[in-house]
Design a protein around this ligand. Structure first.
Ligand code: M6R
Length: 370
């Protein structure tokens, strides 16, 4: 079933492009008009939505955090992202105009299931973004939009993550369309960028494997890693860190780059590996220059720096010991490519340590207990 790949995880990372392409397929026309008929929520109901709360766990919650940046920007309504188990046991503010989006690959995560039961009891509508047809979470939701990543076997989630971001983006753009808050040609432009992403992910897979593998082998004895990013690079840093914890069993901290001087920089010592997600170099905007100074700061304290950066970005190369390149793309699209070298990195690290890449210790593919 691995189709010649050494592990399911390797196979599934290489299916990232397809997961995005299949999730987009048939959901909009060439004029940029989105039709999510399968959602089964009325346009009237969607028009009235004034707040979104994403509930999810682990990797799915990081996909939700990426979507927050995009949906707030496009739709101009607040989006909160909350770990399902935290949401369930406090007293969240839920009204009939709150749309709760539950993101789950398996559709069987008990923490997420309990959260949506709670949300529906309080009168909110629940939309599931799920990869498994007929599973519990979509069955108990008001509406579902399936991610079409195909079955994911490896415990570490990879292709489901890019598919979740894609599906959440479609929901965001659809809301913008029904609420009439974006021009049709703006929506079309975003969809055009989204459609190019499978090809760009493929570029990363074709170009980065060797350098990522070499770097993983070089750093195999490192005791701890730091991952940092800003804006959508922040959830990507969290996801890259989670992957490394899960399968390489390495203590890893992911955090917002701006937090560095508020504490974590004290961890940086001679040789500490620090992975930094560098935003688009286009226009050399503020976001980009802030991240570049963060790299300088850790480099000055002896860090071994790995940057995930746009091809031909001279600043990202200047202070980097290693660069994992990605092709240029708009900021909101970059998580779809930036996560790919990090997925590969954790896999090569786990392999180099002799770990079972597909079945890491202490973990189950779906967590069906609270
Ligand atoms: O099936 P789900 O998407 O609901 O699972 C949520 C998390 O348990 C899952 O993403 C977990 O964090 C993965 N092992 C991450 O690789």
């Amino acid at each position: 079933e691995k189709g010649g790949w050494p592990s399911f995880m390797d196979k599934e990372i290489h299916e990232d492009p397809q997961a995005v392409a299949e999730t987009l397929m048939g959901r909009f026309d060439l004029q940029g008009h989105i039709t999510l008929d399968e959602l089964h929520v009325s346009v009237e109901e969607l028009k009235s939505v004034d707040k979104i709360i994403v509930v999810a766990c682990g990797t799915a919650s990081y996909a939700g955090l990426v979507a927050k940046y995009a949906i707030e920007h496009w739709v101009r309504i607040p989006v909160e992202v909350e770990l399902a188990h935290e949401f369930r046991y406090r007293d969240p503010i839920l009204t009939p105009r709150t749309l709760v989006i539950a993101i789950s690959q398996s559709g069987e995560t008990m923490d997420t299931l309990m959260a949506i039961r709670h949300a529906r009891e309080q009168g909110s509508k629940v939309l599931a973004l799920c990869n498994t047809q007929g599973s519990s979470i979509p069955r108990e939701s008001d509406a579902v939009l399936y991610t079409h990543a195909g079955p994911e076997v490896a415990v570490a989630s990879t292709k489901a993550f890019v598919a979740q971001i894609t599906a959440a983006y479609l929901v965001g753009l659809y809301l913008a369309q029904v609420k009439n808050v974006m021009f049709a040609d703006e929506i079309q432009e975003v969809l055009r960028s989204l459609r190019q992403m499978p090809q760009k992910i493929q570029w990363v897979l074709d170009n980065d494997v060797d350098v990522v593998k070499k770097t993983a082998h070089k750093l195999v004895d490192s005791k701890a890693f730091l991952f940092l990013g800003r804006h959508v690079g922040y959830p990507v840093a969290l996801e890259g860190a989670l992957k490394l914890k899960e399968i390489a069993y390495t203590f890893t901290e992911g955090f917002a780059a701006g937090e560095l001087k508020h504490g974590p920089i004290a961890l940086v010592d001679e040789g500490t590996p620090v992975v930094v997600i560098v935003p688009s170099a286009r226009n050399r905007n503020v976001l980009h220059s802030k991240v570049i100074s963060n790299i300088e700061e850790v480099k000055a304290r002896g860090a071994y720096t790995i940057t995930v950066a746009e091809e031909g970005d001279p600043d990202a190369e200047k202070y980097a010991d290693t660069v994992f390149y990605r092709p240029a793309c708009p900021t909101l699209m970059s998580p779809l490519v930036d996560v790919v070298p990090l997925q590969l990195f954790s896999m090569y690290m786990a392999e180099a340590k002799g770990n079972d890449v597909d079945k890491p210790r202490n973990l189950a593919k779906s967590v069906t207990v609270e």
